[in-house]
Design a protein around this ligand. Structure first.
Ligand SMILES: [Zn+2]
Length: 146
């Protein structure tokens, strides 16, 4: 768990990249200076597990049949970091499902995600108040998760 200047350096880099690649999308995000969350402020969708996620249509400027509705946090992750092969879920370290900050969103297989959530539940993680946010997931504390 790292909560230091490296997060903010990387957050700034990703934000500038977002402004460059999709400024209209950046306008829909509330960039929080306290937690580092990028909170989605536009259309939302409720999941089967009753969680609210941001949604958006991309690409723009083409007929609807040629674009698709994305979950906002997934789209931002793919836009700024990388496309993930196969099926994956996103774990929100910040416990805020409307957050699109890629460093708060860790991709996991469905099995890994279930396992992690069970572990966190056992530790009462979900009842601890933010910002208890492990920013860089991975084996080494000095490594970025991508
Ligand atoms: Zn967040």
């Amino acid at each position: 768990m790292i909560w230091d200047a490296r997060f903010w350096t990387e957050e700034e880099r990703l934000w500038n990249l977002l402004l460059e690649t999709d400024p209209l999308l950046a306008e829909k995000i509330d960039r929080r200076q306290d937690t580092g969350c990028w909170v989605w402020r536009a259309g939302m969708v409720r999941s089967r597990r009753n969680k609210l996620y941001g949604k958006l249509r991309r690409p723009l400027g083409v007929p609807n049949s040629e674009s698709k509705i994305w979950l906002a946090h997934r789209y931002v992750r793919v836009l700024l970091i990388e496309e993930f092969p196969g099926e994956f879920e996103i774990h929100h370290w910040c416990q805020r499902h409307s957050c699109c900050m890629p460093l708060h969103c860790m991709p996991l297989s469905p099995e890994e995600h279930l396992e992690l959530e069970a572990e966190l539940r056992a530790e009462d993680y979900f009842f601890s108040p933010p910002p208890r946010i492990p920013v860089y997931a991975g084996d080494g504390d000095d490594e970025l998760p991508f």
